[in-house]
Write a new protein. Sequence first.
Length: 440
Amino acid sequence: MATESKTEVGSYFISNYPPFSQWSAEALDDVRAALHAPPLTPPGSSEPAPLGLYLHIPFCRKRCKFCYFRVYTDKRADDVETYVSALSHEIELVSKLEVMGGRPFRFVYFGGGTPSFLSGKQLTKLVDRLRANINWDHAEEVTFECEPGTLSEPKVATLRELGVTRLSLGVENFSDAVLEENGRAHLSPEVYKAWDWIRAAGFPNVNIDLIAGMVGETWDNWKDCIKKTIALDPESVTIYQMELPFNTVYSKDILGNQIETPVADWPLKRAWVDYAFDELAAAGYSVSSGYTMVKDKSKVNFSYRDNLWHGSDLLATGVASFGHASGVHYQNEPDWAGYVGRLEQGELPLHRGMKPTPHQLLVREMILQLKKGWLDAGYFKRKFGVDILDHWRGEFQQHADDELLTIDADGVKLTRKGLLRVDGMLPAFFEPEHRGVRYT
Ligand SMILES: C[S@@+](CC[C@H](N)C(=O)[O-])C[C@H]1O[C@@H](n2cnc3c(N)ncnc32)[C@H](O)[C@@H]1O
Ligand code: SF4
């Protein structure tokens, strides 16, 4: 989170509220109660919340030195088989939960780790097994995250056949020296090879992920990366500012050897994103959040993000994954043995949870939607019965005085300055007891 100028170890990306550190096993009764009851209809709505499915595929070819996700790089084909069986079993259990309530999945997200680590054969087998219990025929979006070097022409074609509509490609950078330094498994030629196959397969929506502030980044190289990204003409571009959470290889190295952070400071990373947003805007893209620019707002929506940020239900499957059902948060078993073992016992692998208060659900939606760059006060009035402009008058005014946003009768709108540091603005809206606590 961007409060200090230096990129220190312990920075993080806000993706939920209350902070994960506040979740516990004690809340699992609340989680089970939510999962084993029909879905709730949110206030102000006439139908149950939309339903999404997240599937975590935790394998990668190599651990990137900056990555903080739960990933395994040492698993063999029989381990992958074990995992795929456990995941299929979990989906079978999930599909029978009362909270499904006959709802079709509106969106599906294969995230990781690296879902594209699975071979075409493993993928087809997984999807066949999943389809015995669920389908995503009516989903408006099926996202699949890919690492360029794991793709092949037949695998890309298989993904399209399996119904993937949004392919997200972890390009991160175009310089082979930078990619190598940061421990990426792929180099730039693999991006170009994969790109031809992806375009030939005709996905409606292809996203490129970049990171501003990889170790070794320079202005010249960054400009070149943006030029090359625009030349590929993706439907959307997502740019993360490099974070150093505690559990990355770089973080451990910095703490263990007491060395200076090798990552550019926050003002420079923001300047790089600012430059990228300007260049993408000049190429016809528009802002869709503090991280994402899209080519055509009317065609390219991001259903997973938008539904999640509006309080949809998300059934989480896979090791360590995070879900949300009928207003209750939960996380699955965070390690392999626990996850596989619980499923072998025929149980859902629930690990910890939290039942937020109605006010905490309001904070959650408010801070997540602020990441899009604007807030519709009417939405919060209808859903939570709260006038957010009045409720957080002081906080919004402070941000306005700092030129991070503007306020009018309908809501607030972030300035570019605010958009570039939106994660740093959010703790001001946390409840006081959550401001000083560790986030994860
Ligand atoms: C699960 S990965 C995407 C798929 C695939 N594993 C890959 O890396 O190509 C999600 C994205 O998180 C971003 N990311 C990972 N670690 C990060 C960090 N420390 N700071 C900022 N972004 C990070 C990267 O842009 C990455 O593409
Ligand atoms: S950034 Fe992607 S490829 Fe790298 S370790 Fe993390 S999940 Fe795996």
